[in-house]
Design a protein around this ligand. Sequence first.
Ligand SMILES: CC(C)(COP(=O)(O)OP(=O)(O)OC[C@H]1O[C@@H](n2cnc3c(N)ncnc32)[C@H](O)[C@@H]1OP(=O)(O)O)[C@@H](O)C(=O)NCCC(=O)NCCS
Length: 178
Amino acid sequence: MNYADYINFTSIFVECKLYKQAHIGGIGDCYMGIIYTNTISVDDYNALRLTAGWPAINPEQAKAGLSGSAFVVAAKDGGKTVGTGRLVWDGGCAALIKDMLVLPEYQGMGIGASMMEQILTFLKDNIKPGWEVAVDLMAAIGKEGFYEKFGFAARPRENRGAGMDMLLCYNPMTISPL
Ligand SMILES: CC(C)(COP(=O)(O)OP(=O)(O)OC[C@H]1O[C@@H](n2cnc3c(N)ncnc32)[C@H](O)[C@@H]1OP(=O)(O)O)[C@@H](O)C(=O)NCCC(=O)NCCS
């Protein structure tokens, strides 16, 4: 199943939603006990980060980042938050997918795919006819294949330079590689 086939053409978008409901579940749907919401607490967000070996974010900064996101999705199994992902979007032509995370024991169940579909559906539903949006992300090592299913392509490649990043620290004011 190539998810890019589902998200590239408006004419088959209905089919995408049908697939999602039948196999994975979306906002308001319940599949295998997993419910999706558009909020996540800072504690749950940081707990998920830690399971992936990523550092927790300063709570004030995490709260600002979550509330400043264009779209947040969280997967819940009962009261337990088992996955999250979010979209940072300028409302125009530039968007960034961040913090795609599923608890290790819930991976491989389609939760990450459902969250990606919900993020891309939100974006598609909110852009205007004729618009194009560059959607960027930084894949963790070994996760490229997951994103390729949605149409993402690794850089560098012909006519596209390498993605670049850095970490900017306030105190002391330093920058370093991530
Ligand atoms: C990457 C991640 C979000 C995927 O979530 P998931 O719920 O396990 O993925 P899904 O079960 O929805 O998988 C959807 C599809 O992607 C495939 N897939 C999942 N991880 C993959 C990988 N690392 N490489 C290639 N394909 C992958 C699955 O096989 C499945 O394919 P199928 O539909 O053909 O069967 C999850 O593994 C995770 O949280 N990892 C740790 C944190 C991390 O590294 N996040 C990525 C940051 S960039």
